[in-house]
Design a protein around this ligand. Structure first.
Ligand code: DX5
Ligand code: ZN
Length: 225
């Protein structure tokens, strides 16, 4: 990872799991860079989704790297299983029970690219000690748990702070309410990896939606640099 290339990561939470292979192939054909997989344990967030068994099935259906967003209390405990299931990136939340910097080290030791996520109500200084250890920071732009929520523009100050005050040169991902009307302000603030669930899978043409998001982000990110 790195290099701050614009990457679009459709979130499979909004895909049709009864025809997952077709939905994966469609967004891969449309130029998705990553497939975002939302793992929720019903404890860290009030929703329950899927575990390593399904990640493995998605991996078999995919040619694109899997970006696995762990909204669970025990990311270190389950790290081996998610790594073995085919995750390329594994992202833990700083707010969870096992949200210390050693979780980033554990992910890296398993050959997976580590990322750390912050909820909208968590200040960016909470992840200062994690920054030298991770390849990516996920700045959540909704409260984690559900697709289809409204984008929270106030989190953009955290993206700017990561670039300007902390000098973070890794990838900055945003997740939650990202779509044609919100992606440009995020890229202009310095984010370069964009998760989109509803904006891709609920669009009339998911292929065109991926291309449109990328074009908007690339244009705005140029202006950031
Ligand atoms: C929410 C998840 C998101 C979700 C995004 O907790 O982390 O990845 O799928 O969905 P949209 O793009 O619809 O907000
Ligand atoms: Zn997510």
């Amino acid at each position: 990872m790195g290099g701050n290339r614009i990457r679009i990561a459709p979130s499979l939470l909004s895909a049709d799991f009864s025809r997952l292979r077709e939905d994966v192939a469609r967004v891969e054909g449309g130029g998705a860079d990553l497939l975002h997989v939302d793992v929720m344990d019903g404890h860290f967030v009030p929703n329950l989704t899927l575990g390593p068994f399904i990640v493995k099935a998605i991996h078999r259906a995919a040619t694109t790297p899997l970006d696995v967003h762990l909204m669970i209390d025990d990311p270190a405990t389950y790290a081996e299983e998610f790594a073995a299931a085919g995750s390329s990136l594994l992202v833990y939340h700083v707010e969870c029970r096992e949200g210390g910097p050693e979780t980033a080290e554990k992910f890296r030791s398993l050959g997976v690219s580590p990322g750390v996520a912050v909820r909208p109500d968590t200040p960016v200084d909470a992840i200062e000690a994690h920054l030298p250890l991770v390849d990516m920071v996920l700045v959540m732009s909704v409260m984690p748990g559900f697709a289809g929520q409204s984008f929270m523009p106030e989190v953009l100050t955290k993206v700017r702070a990561l670039r300007e005050e902390y000098g973070f040169t890794g990838d900055i991902q945003m997740d939650g309410g990202i779509g044609p009307s919100t992606i440009a302000v995020c890229a202009a603030a310095g984010a370069n990896v964009f998760v989109a669930g509803s904006a891709v899978f609920k669009a009339p043409d998911p292929v065109a939606a991926v291309a449109d998001l990328r074009a908007r982000a690339e244009e705005a990110f140029k202006n950031h640099r």
